[in-house]
Design a protein around this ligand. Sequence first.
Ligand code: AMP
Length: 511
Amino acid sequence: MNVAHWLARTARVMGDRPALMQGMRVLADYAELARRVRRRAAQFKTVDGLAAGDRVALFLPNCPAYLELLHAAWHAGLAVVPVNHKLHPREAAFIARDSGAALMVVEAAADRAALSAALAEAGSPARLVKPDHGLDGPAGAADPADPVARAAEDLAWLFYTSGTTGRPKGVMITHGNLMAMTLAYFCDVDEVRTEDAALYAAPMSHGAGLYNFMHVLRGAAHMVPESGGFDPAEILALGRAHGSLHLFAAPTMVRRLVDRARADGVTGEGLRTIVYGGGPMYLADIEEAVAAMGPRFVQIYGQGECPMTITALPRHLVADRSHPDWRSRLQSVGRAHACVEVRVERPDGVAAAPGEPGEILVRGAPVMAGYWGNPAATAASLRDGWLRTGDVGHLSQDGFLTLTDRSKDVIISGGSNIYPREVEEVLLTHPGVREVSVIGAADADWGEVVVAFVVADPVVGAGELDRLCLDALARFKRPKTYHFVAELPKNAYGKVLKTELRARLAAAGRP
Ligand code: AMP
C-alpha cells in the first residue's frame, strides 16, 4: 500500500477535474498534476539516485508545489520530512541531520548561504534544491511506472515534534497510519465531494497538509491562498468566489475569522467545512462561531503521534443547539474514532471511571510506529500499542472526552506548539543567566503567549535575551515578556513550581 496510488487512481478517472489552484486560478487538473508528480519522481529516482525509504525534507511555506513534491516523493517510494518553514536555519538543519534527509527542498528566496552553513555545522549531507526540482528534468524523465511498492508499515511522513527534552523528535507515520486516518475521516468527521476544494490556510508541513488525502481521493481541488497563509478577509472572499471550501483552522484562527465575518456582516458563505482542533477551543468562542456562521464547524482531536484521529465532534453535534447536552458536548473533543480505542488512565494504571480525570491513552491503526532513531522515547510513549498522549481529561457516561490539562507543559500560541524547555535551554546559554522558567500566559489574540521568568545578573536586559533567542529559535517561540526575579519558586526536590508562576501571572492579570 502506497498513498501515491490514490493520486494515480483519481487522475485516471477524473483527469479533467481541477487539482491545483492558487486563489481562484486553476494551475493544473488531475491529469497534469499526476504528470508533474511522475516527472519529479523520475528525477528523485534516476537523477538524484534516491532509493525506497530515503528521506526528502521540505522546508517550504505553503505553495502549490508542496503537493507535487509530497506525492512525487511517495511515488518514488521515499518518505517526506515536512519542516515548519518558520524554523531557524539551525533548527531546520538539526531535523535534516536527525532524519538523514538526502535532499532539502527550500523556497527560491531562501537564504541558501545561511542554510548551507547550518547544515554543515550540524553535519547534515542534505543537498539544497528549489521547489521546481525535477520539473524540467531530462527529456523523457516522466516516469511511466506505477508508484514504488510500499508496505503498510513503511515510513511515509516523518513529522518533527518538539520534545520536552528540548530536542525535536521524529514521529514515524507510516502509509498504513495515513490510510487509517484518511478512511476514519470519511467515517467519523465529514464527507468530501468532488466540487469541494481544500484551502491550505494553516501550514501544510503540519496537520493542514494531511487533509490532502481525502481531497485527492474524491477528486476535489487543492487551493493555496494568494497570501500563502491565513488572512481572514481573503478566506471569506475565496469562500464566496469558490462556493465549497474546506479548511483546517486552529482555535485562534476561528476566532479571527468569526470577528472578520461579523465586522463584514457575512456568515462565511462558501466555507462548507471548517475543521478546528490542535488546541483548546473555549466554549464562548465556539458558541459565538456557530451563532455567527452556522453549521460549518467540525472538531478533531489528535496529535502528531496519532494524527487527527483520536476523537471527533461532527458537524451536527457542534451545531445542534436544541440538544440538552449541547454545551457540555461543545466543551468536549467528541467521541473516539471507530478505528481506535481511547482510555483514560489513573496514575495507578487503573481505567478511570466516567467523570474521573486521568491521562488519555489511544490504541489503533493510526498510532505512529514510534520515534525515529529514539527507542527510549518510543518505549516511554508506546506500551502494548497504547500511545500515552500526555493530555489529561475525562470521559462522560456516553463516551464524550473532555480535555482538562496538558501534562507535557506545552505552550500553544496561535496554533503552534512551543515546548518551554527548548526556549529555556537557549536562555540558559547566556553567561549572566542563572535560572530560567518559561510558561504560557493566556492571551486574547494568540491563545497563549510565551513568558520567561529569569534569575540573572543585574546587568542582563530583555533586549539581549531577545537577540539570543532570535539567533537560535523560530521567532514565534521568543518570550513576549521577561520577568527578572531574585529566585524561582521550587518544591522540596528543587523542581521549579510552574503552577505557582502561572498563579502569579493570573493574579497580576497580565503576562
Ligand atoms: P500536535 O502534536 O502539534 O498536533 O499537538 C497535539 C496536542 O494539541 C494534543 O496533544 C493536545 O494537547 C492539543 N490538541 C489537539 N487537538 C485538540 C483539541 N481539539 N482540543 C484541545 N486540545 C487539542
